[in-house]
Design a protein around this ligand. Sequence first.
Ligand code: PGA
Length: 244
Amino acid sequence: MENKKIVVGNLKSTMNIEDVSKYLQVINKEIASKEVIICPSSIYIPYFLKKNYQVGLQNIFLDEGGPYTGEITPTQAVSLEIRYAIVGHSERRIHLNETDEIINKKIVAAINKNMYVILCIGETLEEKEMLRTDMVIRRQLVNALNGLSIDMLYNVIIAYEPVWAIGTNNIPSIKEIEKTVEYIKNVVKQISGYEDIKVLYGGSVNEHNVKELNKINNISGFLVGGASTKADSFLKIIDEVIQK
Ligand code: PGA
């Protein structure tokens, strides 16, 4: 992975097949960058493959062996040349009871197949108000990255996504993001010795605020939810961060 900025589009579970075909008509023409990673609902992945951008999973299974109804394994992903997976998104932590330990196993399983993981971490509003952001982030990182060698960390991208900023149009100040990104890099360095971890920001990134956000000097790119499902908005974000 080169040292270029990346933009990840997390399409979540919002689009139906008509939305997907309209969306693809625009983005397949306009996006020509391997630094763009689009993560559609799994059922639509075949429509997104073999284009001029990368495709990622929104989740991945933590094991290879055995029959696990409904899950997608790293081996299956790699067989379609899918090299990226989002892991530990707060929506999965909150609604599907994903723990740090489960997330750790998913990361190890994916990296063992030489995939890259986009590990989401971030505090809730309550944790922020109780001044526990650093503590929460440290815990999430220590647990999720437990047992990873430096070589394995090369395949990890962190996405700092404050839970209270997701889908709300509220974002932290530039200074707050910068400070937390620095903190994340320091924690990773302390626990592993790895100094080059990429950190993305996610949470209400859109075509209007991306210019300011992109000025943050230690940021490696963005994880975009809602705005990535609107082709025009997503293209503007990509133009600002990558294609300019
Ligand atoms: P949002 O979502 O951009 O809609 O806030 C980001 C995410 O959940 O990854």
